[in-house]
Design a protein around this ligand. Structure first.
Ligand SMILES: [Zn+2]
Length: 413
């Protein structure tokens, strides 16, 4: 049973198609992987089904003009979110729920969201929309092709409605006072066209604020966080490239900041206004981004070798190693490093809708925390450092004190 990296020789130099954000030519590919699952969090019923899920290639290209990073080989026809097997909620974690509630209260206070009409693009099952409508007594409308009423916290509410579809031009004239889009833009390839479309749906209503939240590519590129690179995420933004994208689409930037331990970047913008000077100078990140992407592929290969060596040592010592977190980061970690179940047999997840499923591509079984009482792991790899304390507490409550390892270690253990 071997460990292997599913990559080809990293192509470098020009040749990337025009930038999907600013349409400039002259970008270059700096990291590529072959044959990764196109869906990370699709529930499966067997090892074979998980191993046989459709795959796609990743070729990350960097735009020299705007700093936007995208998968230049992305094929949107391969991805479908309109299935009941798609299970992406993070709302099972108390740490995440606390962050979401703080964020909802902050948005309500900052934008006077009380008795207003709030629209969410990519609302999932409506957890955050429900929160912002309940806390601010707002009316809500959510769009998501993967919306699943069965798993939604909104059972019957005449003030919140859902459209199980993509948000497009045909929804122009929605009349929303506040448009939000969290953890969705990174799944959209033609980002320039999409943000212009969002702007056009506002029509002449110039007092609507839009709020977008995406993973911060600065951290991914700076730390070579390869576990945050996967097929569904075809677009990667830094604060600078995000601000440039919105400005180009006719928005003024009124808020731009990081959050969730540097993992997210959040932008607030409004059509036809001047930038708020307190947002700093995001343009200045181009030079550092260029430096990060130049040696990303080399750092990835070193990290992969380090993790492989570590996993071989653990296996030789008969350590029982599990992952904590069976979401996209876990899928990317396991598939990018080609780790079969012989090295790591289980991925633990607190979302009960994921239990009994198998990790896309590599086939690890997804189990609940209770199973750890029986399995008694020696080492737990925590996929997201933000949840370390939460994981430690749950393990202690189960009477377990395994070695905890995070991605930050880079496998140098
Ligand atoms: Zn660009």
């Amino acid at each position: 049973m071997a460990l292997s990296i599913p990559n080809e020789s990293s192509p470098r130099g020009p040749g990337a198609p025009p930038c999907p954000a600013c349409n400039s030519e002259g970008g270059f590919v700096f990291h590529s992987l072959k044959g990764l699952p196109v869906h990370s969090v699709m529930n499966t019923t067997s090892f074979r089904q998980a191993r046989d899920l459709p795959v796609g290639d990743i070729a990350l290209s960097f735009c020299n003009q705007c700093g936007f990073v995208s998968n230049s080989t992305f094929d949107e026809k391969k991805v479908s979110y309109s299935t009941d097997n798609y299970e992406a909620t993070q709302a099972c974690s108390p740490t995440f729920r606390m962050f979401a509630e703080r964020q909802a209260r902050r948005l309500i206070d900052r934008h006077g969201l009380s008795g207003k009409r709030v629209l969410e693009i990519g609302c999932g099952n409506g957890e955050f929309l429900e929160l912002i409508c309940r806390l601010g007594d707002n009316e809500g409308i959510g769009f998501d092709p993967s919306y699943n009423k069965k798993n939604s916290p909104v059972k019957s509410d005449r003030k919140i409605s859902f459209v199980k579809d993509y948000f497009t031009e045909k929804h122009t004239g929605h009349g929303a006072d506040f448009v939000m889009c969290r953890m969705t833009l990174e799944h959209i390839h033609k980002t320039g066209r999409f943000v212009r479309m969002v702007r056009s749906t506002l029509g002449a209503k110039s007092d609507t604020t839009v709020f977008f939240q995406v993973p911060d590519a600065t951290r991914i590129l700076r730390d070579c966080a390869f576990e945050d690179v996967y097929f569904e995420h075809c677009s990667y933004f830094s604060p600078g490239s995000l601000a440039r994208l919105f400005r180009r689409a006719g928005f003024g930037i009124i808020g731009l900041e990081g959050g969730y331990d540097g993992q997210y970047v959040m932008i607030e913008a409004r059509p036809g206004v001047a930038d708020d000077p307190s947002c700093g100078a995001p343009e200045s990140d181009l030079i550092s981004l260029r430096a990060y992407v130049r040696n990303f592929a080399d750092r990835y290969r070193r990290k992969a070798a380090s993790w492989h060596a570590c996993l071989r040592r653990w296996r030789a010592a008969q350590r029982r190693v599990v992952l904590w977190g069976a979401g996209s980061k876990a899928v990317s970690f396991l598939t990018s490093l080609g780790i079969p179940p012989a090295f790591i047999p289980y991925a633990v997840d607190i979302n009960p809708h994921r239990h009994g499923s198998y990790i896309a591509g590599t086939g690890q079984r997804v189990v609940g925390p209770q199973y750890m009482r029986e399995y008694r792991p020696s080492t737990v790899i925590v996929m997201n450092e933000v949840y370390r304390e939460e994981v430690e507490t749950m393990l202690r409550d189960l009477g377990l004190r395994p070695q905890l390892v995070t991605m930050e270690s880079g496998g140098a253990l």
